[in-house]
Design a protein around this ligand. Structure first.
Ligand code: ADP
Length: 441
């Protein structure tokens, strides 16, 4: 390029000098010089015009204009640059097409939106699963098309660690699991997975457990009834039967407790027992439960104390809350040695309302904590025989809290007691309405 450039400059200067010399030979060097400069200027303007026209629409003719000399070189370079640009463009377009084809082939629905939720692109499965239409929905806000309120709050929350499950807005029999990821300039990639089969299987499992428990309850009540009568009249029985009858009666009571918990858990899980948003007086509820806990403690003489620092009411299902709180408090009694301390506190802060049940009991090895809320999971299986627990208590607590938008937190270590904390969102706290006195009337 450097070589060509100086050669071109030399050629132009030689041309002008040559024309000036011819002018000198003809008697007027200035005419020769002016003629050469004018011709060069005219030629340069002509080439600039061609270049200008081609740059205005380079795709009309793939070939850049042809010329000689300096302009020829400039046109050649521009042509090469244009060719490289075109092939890069083709390669990128092929890559985009390939990505779009592969996402189109996916069974999951994929949608791209900007930070406000305006729809930019979606694949074929999203059209089928979510009912989007390419002709009308481009640029629409996604919450106007998926109108479930849970979806809008999930989209706005920006906390996408857990997926959301909803029914398809277009085909309500399809159950979808929605997962959002953030990318680019706060844009969203939304993946919708059809989990209908899994959901139905889970539903069948819950129904089966619920139905079996119901069916078992009646025969068991009859057996327990007869066993109780026999225990009451144990003196009339031959001594070798007494022990057997007492064991059978204790085991049938355990089975009854198990069936009661299974039925309760399946109701809470299936949503059959939907949250009846009544206003619960937590202070009163805790006092009632603690009276029962004191009775359960019996001659073990646990020191039970209740501290309530927030007197507002809790919006939620009182019977579900009673089950959850009593499971935690009764567990504290069961797993704390005689004369141990159990502290139940109800308080609130910026994050919401919290119930803490703290004991000075045997504690739990932290490796068990993540699995404690699974059904029938026991930190120490050898011990549960003494406590007579069903193994479903913490599973019930977890589901009750889920139904109340809450969460359970467990802190414990072997030998230094345990603390179970239930968290409820602030929005569930409701001010007490002052009771009307006679003087107000
Ligand atoms: P269970 O009916 O066996 O008590 P839960 O679901 O209520 O079943 O509790 C699960 C397990 O968690 C228990 O078996 C026990 O090992 C452990 N656990 C629960 N609460 C406590 C506590 N306060 N202290 C020590 N361990 C506990």
């Amino acid at each position: 390029m450097q070589y060509n450039w100086s050669r071109h400059v030399r050629l132009i200067i030689s041309g002008i000098i040559g024309a000036t010399l011819i002018g000198l030979y003809l008697g007027s060097p200035i005419y020769g010089f002016t003629f050469a400069v004018t011709v060069y200027l005219w030629w340069t303007l002509k080439q600039t015009g061609r270049l200008y026209k081609w740059l205005g629409n380079p795709n009309a003719s793939e070939q850049a204009p042809q010329s000689v000399g300096l302009w020829g070189d400039i046109f050649d370079h521009l042509h090469r640059l244009h060719q490289t640009h075109l092939s890069t463009q083709d390669r990128l377009r092929a890559q985009i097409n390939r990505v779009q084809e592969s996402t189109n082939a996916m069974r999951d629905g994929v949608v791209m939106t900007n930070n406000r939720g305006s729809m930019e692109w979606w694949n074929g499965s999203a059209e089928y699963l979510l009912g989007f239409r390419r002709t009308t929905d481009q640029g629409q806000l996604i919450h106007n098309l998926i109108r479930t309120p849970a979806f809008k709050s999930y989209f706005d929350s920006r906390d996408y660690r857990e997926p959301l499950e909803i029914n398809s807005p277009a085909k309500p029999h399809i159950h979808l699991q929605i997962q959002i990821s953030l990318f680019g300039d706060d844009d969203r990639l939304i993946v919708a997975k059809d989990v209908t089969r899994l959901y139905q299987l889970e539903q069948m499992r819950r129904d089966f457990v619920g139905n079996v428990s119901h069916e078992m309850r009646t025969p068991l009540t009859v057996i327990s009834g007869y066993l109780e009568t026999m225990v009451d009249n144990a003196e009339d029985l031959p001594p070798k039967w007494r022990r057997a009858i007492n064991t059978m009666s204790a085991q049938s009571s355990r089975m009854e407790a198990l069936i009661t918990d299974l039925i309760l858990l399946s109701k809470i899980e299936t949503g059959e027992q939907t949250v009846h948003d009544s206003l619960t007086d937590v202070e009163e509820l805790l006092e009632q439960i603690c009276r029962d806990a004191q009775a359960l403690s019996g001659d073990k003489q646990h020191q039970l104390s209740v501290q309530v620092s927030d007197r507002r009411l809790l919006r939620g299902d009182e019977s579900q809350l009673r089950s959850a709180f009593s499971n935690l408090i009764f567990n504290a009694v069961k797993y704390t040695p005689p004369k141990g301390q159990i502290t139940v506190s109800w308080f609130s802060d910026r994050d919401g309302a919290h119930l803490s049940v703290k004991d000075t009991g045997i504690g739990i090895d932290p490796i068990h904590i993540p699995r404690l809320t699974e059904r029938f999971y026991r930190a120490d299986p050898s011990r549960h025989k003494d406590t007579g627990g069903t193994g479903l208590g913490l599973a019930i607590v977890k589901h009750v809290l889920l139904n109340h938008d809450g969460a359970l937190n467990i802190r414990s270590s072997i030998g230094s007691g345990s603390e179970f904390i239930c968290h409820f969102p602030r929005e569930r706290l409701v001010e007490r309405v002052p009771e009307k006195t006679d003087s107000d009337a």
